[in-house]
Design a binder for this molecule. Structure first.
Ligand SMILES: [Ca+2]
Ligand SMILES: [Ca+2]
Ligand SMILES: [Ca+2]
Length: 256
């Protein structure tokens, strides 16, 4: 625990001393975070045992670019087994991937498998900065059943949601929420036709083998990526479009 108290103390100091919520630090649009949640848009709430939600970031600052970001969250759900606090998973694909200091701190109880789940996602890198739009962090949660997970974005104990700029100005960014996210556990990942937990060209080949050569794949359900209850050429086009052209994600099929 001891390693992060000084870091937290620094954040508290920033929060208490520097945050001026109404302060406009540049003449452009207000910056902020948002949360991608729900199974209909990118359906981050679908997984085999683990689901993730994305905290997005946006800032149009050209002069006062952001070089520190602090996002406190309270995560509540009856079927949560643990939250993942590793920086590797939490900041995978993040717009602050190059930042030196990226941390996920769980307080009240630092054990990621013990509630309450109060977390702070933070990144800082004085001298470096970020603007634009992208993923800031992934909230990765292991659950033991389908459920609803509520994420309180306005919760704070001692740490406040804030951005901190390269010119030493702290301010409270835009937030929305709180969010309640539907989580659906499935026995396979949609599109993972050979059940190796990856969705790639091998799965497209397995679909082709099934549709044209009657070769039974490991999972017929996973092959029904357009979820029309049949596995046809349309599923091959759909999955190939996802794998090769970053097209729409595979859906949960309905073949039983
Ligand atoms: Ca701005
Ligand atoms: Ca696969
Ligand atoms: Ca289909």
């Amino acid at each position: 625990m001891r390693w992060h108290w000084s870091f937290l103390a620094l954040l508290v100091l920033h929060s208490l001393v520097e945050v001026t919520p109404a302060q406009v630090i540049d003449s452009a649009e207000w910056d902020g975070n948002s949360l991608r949640c729900g199974i209909n848009y990118y359906y981050p709430g679908i997984g085999i045992s683990e689901v993730s939600f994305q905290i997005t970031f946006w800032s149009d600052n050209v002069i006062n670019k952001v070089d520190s970001i602090v996002v406190p969250l309270r995560i509540i759900g009856s079927n949560i087994v643990a939250v993942d606090t590793t920086t590797k998973k939490s900041f995978a694909g993040s717009i602050v991937a190059a930042f030196q200091n990226k941390r996920v701190t769980k307080f009240d109880n630092a054990d990621p498998a013990v509630p309450p789940f109060y977390l702070v996602y933070s990144a800082s890198n004085p001298g470096n900065d970020v603007n634009g739009t992208g993923v800031f962090a992934n909230v990765v949660v292991r659950v033991n059943d389908s459920c609803t997970i509520c994420i309180d974005t306005f919760f704070s104990e001692t740490i406040f949601h804030y951005f901190y700029t390269q010119t030493d100005v702290g301010y409270q960014p835009y937030w929305n929420g709180p969010y309640c996210c539907k989580v659906v556990l499935v026995e396979y990942l949609p599109g993972d036709v050979n059940l190796d937990k990856n969705v790639n060209i091998v799965d497209v080949v397995a679909q082709v083998g099934y549709v044209f050569r009657q070769r039974e794949p490991e999972s017929v359900q996973a092959a029904d990526v357009n979820a029309d209850c049949r596995v046809t050429l349309a599923d091959i086009f759909y999955l190939a479009n996802y794998v090769f052209r970053a097209g729409e994600k595979p859906r949960v099929g309905c073949i039983l």
